[in-house]
Structure formats: structure tokens, C-alpha cells
Ligand binder design. Structure first.
Ligand SMILES: *Cc1c(COP(=O)(O)O)cnc(C)c1O
Length: 469
């Protein structure tokens, strides 16, 4: 399997070439040259597999430059009951008839990002070891992504993490989660500013190409193809749990922000997994819902980007969305480049022509939006009727999913986080503290390891310089 760019650069690269990279040189995102079709006999064979073996089978279709025994070992090292809480890894939890939650958040940081990031940690260590190279991962986080990256990379050879976060602005739980890590290769830098200041510093450092090259600076952001690929696996695993035979279809509802999670569902569907609908749910930041209703993609400015109670979906633009548009346009790289290139920054959006937008239905997408009031009502209702406590993002997914439930088609709502991470909104909805997994009781009182720094890119660069060897 080879990879190309969504913006028309057809230089073909192998999986290992793009694993450690971000954007393609032409500014596009990497995609495989095609999505391998999975036939009926293969689906039947995969039905009985353990999660790690299923992951190996699916990854093998896209990775041909890592020897099979090595790839299998990495999958088995990643997807264990010890890390993800159960042998099923992504078990289904039934709600009302035909509606399920698919649990993706039982990993170390209680959010679905662990599903991909834990594998990425294994792949990075393997590939860097094979090349005799090292990488210094630099990132900015307001919570979920940074902690998932740190828990995936802790103790990994050849990898160091420098994670910037806004000092004192993450939830007490998230601070405890990240700052209690004592691993020598994890560096928490608390910046005396807001999240945007952290992001600006990352940009400033990355724009210093000489510094970037000398200190082998890399990222693990959501556009990484390996992350997306790892997420394809749980769509198959969910399908197999909800059905008995391959003539059945299911729908998935996905709380969405940067379009990474649901893009993996799109890939699974293109591979032939019998998915009826991909239900995209947004919060008040509804840039994607607007697109799927109208064909217009309108990036929001910062004054139009709301801080909501499902904060991991508070996006102004969706970084993975270009991948879907490329497929929607029949993989027309020139047109994709025209839409997502400089014009997007200048004009703040684009509208597809009716002919371009029309095939959207054949890709299975439908969408809807959920508000703070919907979120509270859904959390309350799920607690009262099913005795189950759900987080705010999952509540958005469930709220929108119910509009699209059809008899005979199981609806799988992806549970993207556990309520323990969002205590304030759970208190508001239920008047009680969220449940917390036993392993995370009392993490607030563990010793912390972090460095406070001013909003100063040069100071951060000096810190990296002295700690990157
Ligand atoms: C990251 C995240 C999302 C959004 O996922 P995307 O892949 O960006 O669409 C939703 N819920 C939670 C809890 C997350 O951490």
C-alpha cells in the first residue's frame, strides 16, 4: 500500500515514511491510494477474532513495510485487557431497544483518543528504533489530546514529549492526570497564558525550520494517518458485536470535533463494512453539521467559537475534514487544493456546487447538533432510565442518534469519554459527583512534576534545547 496527498502530490510513500510526518509537503493530508474491499468471507473470518488480532488484520491491509510478526506483536502489546479494562476492549452497553453505547474510553486517560494513541506509542518506538533515530514531540493541549499522548509515550525509547498547557486552566482532574507522570521523557510545561498562547508558541517553534531540524521536533496531532487507521478497527469490532450475520447493517453516531473519529467510520464503510448511516453530532460549534445540511463549509472565527460543556468538540475548523471532501470529489486533488488552500484562509470557507455535494448521501452521512440543555437532559435521562452515567460528549452523540434510529438497524453511539473527566457538568445535571475508576481515586494528591514558564517561545526553545538529549 502506498500513500498520496489530498492536494494532488502523487509522490507515492510507504506507511513508515508518513508515520512520523504531519502534513504532506504540498500542505495536504495523506491517504492510501485506495481502500481495500473486505468481502463476505473475510468478514465472517474476522467475526471471531480477538481485538488485537482484528487490529492486526486491518492494519496489515495498509502497512506492508513492517514485517507481519512485528506488527502482530505491536497490536498485542497495545490492546490488552490490562490497559483497556476488558477482554472485549470496546464492549457494547445496551440502552433502549436497538440503541447501544460502544465503550471506547476505558483506556488510561478515559477518552477514546487512547484507542489510537496507545498504538501510535508502540509504532513510534518501533520505527525510531529501527532507524536509530529520536523524536521530540511538541504539542499544546487544553486536556484530552495532551494526556493521551503522554500516557502513550511515557517510557518509550527514542521519544520525548514537551507538552504545553495553559497554567491553572485545565480541570483539576486533568492537571492531576498529566502532572503526576514521573517519567523522565515526559515534560509538562505550564504556560502563564491561555490555550491559544500555547498553540502560538508551538507554531513559532515549528516555523523555525532550523531549530525544528536540529532538535528533531515532531507532533502527534489528529491528522496523523496511523491514528485514523487505528480507529477503523473499532467500527468493525462494534459491527461484529451488534450483528450475527453479514447481511445486517448498523449505524454509528459519533460526537465530532476535528472529524478524525468519524473519518475512520467513513474509511470502514468504504472498505465494505455494512454501515447504514454515519450520524455526525456536533455541539454548539456546528461547522460540520452546517456542511452536511447545506454543502457550505464556513470556518468560525475565535469570537464565534463557543466554550461549551463538551469542550473536546469546541472547534472552529475540522482538521481531518479535507480527507472526506477529497473522497467526495472523486479524489480530485486539484479541486481539493483549490478549496482548502490559501483561499480558505482568505475567504473563511467554501460552498460546493450542487453536483459536487449531491453524492454526500451515498456516503451515508447525516448530522445534527446538541446544546447544553440537550446535554443535561440526556445525561439525566440516561441516569434515571438506565442507571448509567455518561459524559457530555457521549450525550451529544446520543441526543442526535435518536433522531436517526430505524427499526432493525442497531444504532451504536460511540462513547468518547467517561464522566469522571467532566465533573462540573455532571454535578449540574445529576447533583452528584461522577463515578471514577478505582485506579484513579485520589490522583489529585500524588506528587506533581511540571515547569511553569511565561508566554515566550524563546524560553520554551531554551528549555527544549537543554532537555532533549
Ligand atoms: C477528541 C474528542 C472528540 C472529537 O473527536 P474528533 O476525532 O476530533 O472528531 C469527541 N469527544 C471527546 C471526548 C474527545 O476527546
Amino acid at each position: 500500500m502506498k500513500y498520496l496527498s489530498t492536494r494532488g502530490d502523487r509522490t507515492l510513500r510507504g506507511f513508515s515514511d508518513i508515520l512520523l510526518e504531519g502534513l504532506a509537503p504540498d500542505g495536504g493530508l495523506y491517504l492510501p491510494t485506495h481502500y481495500p474491499r473486505v468481502d463476505d468471507a473475510t468478514l465472517t473470518r474476522w467475526r471471531g477474532l480477538a481485538y488485537a488480532d482484528l487490529a492486526f488484520e486491518i492494519l496489515s491491509l495498509y502497512i506492508d513495510d513492517i514485517p507481519a510478526p512485528d506488527l502482530k506483536r505491536l497490536c498485542h502489546a497495545t490492546y490488552t485487557a490490562a490497559t483497556f479494562g476488558s477482554e472485549a476492549i470496546v464492549p457494547l452497553k445496551p440502552l433502549e431497544d436497538g440503541v447501544y453505547l460502544q465503550a471506547l474510553s476505558n483506556g488510561p486517560t478515559l477518552a477514546f483518543k487512547d484507542m489510537a494513541m496507545q498504538l501510535l506509542g508502540q509504532l513510534f518506538e518501533y520505527e525510531l528504533g529501527r532507524r536509530g533515530e529520536e523524536i521530540n514531540i511538541l504539542g499544546a493541549t487544553s486536556g484530552d489530546t495532551g494526556s493521551a499522548a503522554e500516557y502513550a509515550m511515557r517510557g518509550k525509547h527514542g521519544v520525548r514529549v514537551f507538552m504545553l498547557s495553559p497554567h491553572g486552566r485545565m480541570s483539576p482532574f486533568q492537571q492531576a492526570q498529566m502532572f503526576s507522570l514521573q517519567d523522565a521523557n515526559i515534560h509538562n510545561i505550564a504556560i502563564e497564558g491561555v490555550f491559544d498562547d500555547c498553540q502560538d508558541i508551538v507554531k513559532a517553534v515549528s516555523n523555525d525550520l532550523d531549530f525544528k531540524r536540529r532538535h528533531k521536533i515532531g507532533t502527534v496531532n489528529s491528522i496523523n494517518w496511523a491514528r485514523l487507521l487505528a480507529q477503523v478497527v473499532y467500527y468493525f469490532a462494534g459491527y461484529f458485536q451488534a450483528t450475527k450475520t453479514n447481511d445486517q447493517t448498523v449505524s454509528f453516531a459519533v460526537p465530532s470535533g476535528n472529524f478524525g473519529n468519524i473519518c475512520a467510520g467513513h474509511v470502514a464503510r468504504c472498505m465494505g463494512l455494512p454501515i447504514h448511516r454515519l450520524v455526525l453530532a456536533t455541539n454548539e460549534n456546528d461547522v460540520l453539521d452546517e456542511f452536511f445540511r447545506t454543502g457550505t463549509y464556513r470556518v468560525r472565527g475565535s469570537s464565534e467559537t463557543f466554550e461549551t460543556s463538551s469542550p473536546s468538540m469546541d472547534i472552529s475548523k475540522a482538521s481531518n475534514f479535507e480527507r472526506f471532501v477529497f473522497d467526495l470529489l472523486g479524489r480530485n486533488g486539484a479541486r481539493t487544493a483549490e478549496l482548502f488552500g490559501p483561499k480558505l484562509a482568505k475567504e473563511g470557507g467554501f460552498s460546493l456546487t450542487p453536483a459536487e455535494f449531491e453524492p454526500v448521501a451515498s456516503f451515508g452521512f447525516v448530522s445534527g447538533k446538541s446544546t447544553h440543555a440537550d446535554r443535561l437532559a440526556t445525561i439525566r435521562d440516561t441516569w434515571q432510565r438506565f442507571g448509567m452515567m455518561i459524559d457530555t460528549h457521549t450525550a451529544d452523540g446520543l441526543k442526535v442518534a435518536r433522531r436517526f434510529v430505524r427499526p432493525g438497524v442497531p444504532m451504536l453511539v460511540l462513547e468518547t469519554a467517561l464522566p469522571a473527566k467532566f465533573a462540573a457538568t455532571i454535578q449540574e445535571a445529576l447533583g452528584r459527583e461522577p463515578e471514577r475508576p478505582a485506579a484513579l481515586q485520589g490522583i489529585e494528591s500524588l506528587p506533581r512534576r511540571f515547569t511553569v514558564m511565561p508566554v515566550d517561545a524563546a524560553a520554551v526553545m531554551r528549555y527544549i534545547e537543554t532537555h532533549c538529549h
